[in-house]
Ligand binder design. Structure first.
Ligand code: SF4
Ligand code: SF4
Length: 368
């Protein structure tokens, strides 16, 4: 197949974060603080990304505001010609810092929402006072005039807050909201008992989003990631493996998606050792599941294979133990029935059985 350049790059600047959400998509083994790429290396990677054809740069983490050089990094990305989007919980951003980011050319902010009130948001984020600080940051974002997307991460414990999250997006002047039902990777995978929505909640969320898309047409764009364990077909993960986007981890590893390190037989190149373009076109991890050649049945002969590319490789690995298997969310997967039964069982689990995300270590500290 002919490989096109990526459109978007997710730069995970650090795995540090003041919050500790139990659904964090960062890997269980977080990149050590001492291993993070420095300012010059990130700046070089941004230039390489632009030369490769990347248009949009998503600055993420962890919490990207934990990087003291964030403004410098935004400036470097803009100088490279990239559209810059900051994905943040808001914690660590002051009005002064936001104004500096504005001056450096930051184009857009995506603010995460752990809950629509302090009790929910602070419990889920594991950070007391976080909600109030986030609301303050949202006010500054509005005053400065950054285009804003609200990113509401929903699960069994807060799905009832979806209508309020939509209202808040409108009140904050957001142009877009991402209603993202938790995807079970990273830390979320060990919290399925506490976070799995019920089937009824999943259907109710579908209904609310459909109605809101009508009611808020022209006011708010709603991107929706449904509860996929309760779906019949998988999502087109990452727009297709090695097709439209790439992730660079804090330590420079280049990943086809944020959870790709959970596939144990893959090896990943590092931007410290190899140019980004070479990694994209020739890297073993990118070519492992690119296109359709790797597929087995039922995907191989399925009429939807160019629509969803067989779903998520990391989910196939996590649930079935085979990264080349059909995503078990799919009705055509032999594991679909078992997954549905599992989902029902998880949805009856204890809401108190939460494991919050840990903090990354320094080199001197022993790994757990
Ligand atoms: S999901 Fe939560 S803990 Fe993870 S990076 Fe985002 S704000 Fe931090
Ligand atoms: S069989 Fe494979 S390609 Fe077909 S719908 Fe299911 S996951 Fe998609």
């Amino acid at each position: 197949m002919s490989v096109r350049p990526p459109i978007a790059m997710l730069a995970e600047l650090t795995h540090r974060c003041p919050l500790s959400c139990p659904y964090c998509s960062n890997p269980l083994e977080l990149a050590r603080i001492d291993a993070e790429l420095d300012t010059d290396t990130w700046s070089r990677v941004f230039r390489e990304a632009a030369e490769l054809g990347v248009l949009q740069l998503h600055l993420s983490g962890g919490e990207p505001a934990s990087r003291r050089d964030l403004t410098e990094l935004v400036r470097a990305a803009r100088e490279a010609g990239l559209y810059t989007n900051l994905i943040t919980s808001g914690i660590g951003l002051t009005e002064r810092r936001l104004r500096e980011l504005d001056e450096a050319g930051l184009d857009h902010i995506q603010l995460s929402l752990q809950g629509t009130d302090a009790a929910m948001a602070d419990r889920i984020g594991g950070y007391k006072g976080g909600y109030d600080r986030k609301m303050q940051v949202a006010g500054w974002i509005g005053e400065i005039g950054f285009p804003l997307t609200l990113n509401a991460v929903l699960h069994r414990q807060n799905l009832h807050q979806l209508p309020r999250a939509l209202e808040m997006a409108v009140e904050m002047g957001a142009r877009r909201i991402e209603v993202a039902t938790v995807q079970f990777h990273g830390w979320a995978l060990m919290n399925r008992d506490a976070l799995m929505p019920t089937r009824e909640q999943a259907r109710e969320a579908d209904r609310i989003v459909t109605e809101a898309r009508q009611g808020l047409k022209g006011t708010l764009v709603i991107d929706y990631v449904p509860a996929d364990y309760h779906s019949d077909y998988p999502k087109r993960c990452m727009g297709g493996w090695g097709t439209t986007g790439l992730n660079v981890a804090p330590d420079g590893l280049v990943l086809p998606c944020h959870a790709a390190q959970t596939i144990p037989h893959l090896t990943f190149d590092n931007v410290r050792d190899r140019p980004l373009a070479e990694i994209w076109y020739e890297g073993a991890a990118f070519n492992a599941y690119r296109g359709t050649e790797w597929m087995a049945e039922p995907c191989r002969s399925c009429e939807r294979k160019l629509k969803d590319f067989g779903g998520c490789r990391c989910q196939a690995m996590a649930v079935v133990g085979d990264a080349a298997a059909t995503d078990p969310v799919c009705v055509k997967s032999p594991h679909h029935g078992a997954l549905q039964v599992q989902a029902e069982a998880f949805a009856k689990g204890s809401e108190d059985a939460l494991t919050w995300r840990a903090a990354p270590k320094r080199a001197a500290e022993p790994a757990e």
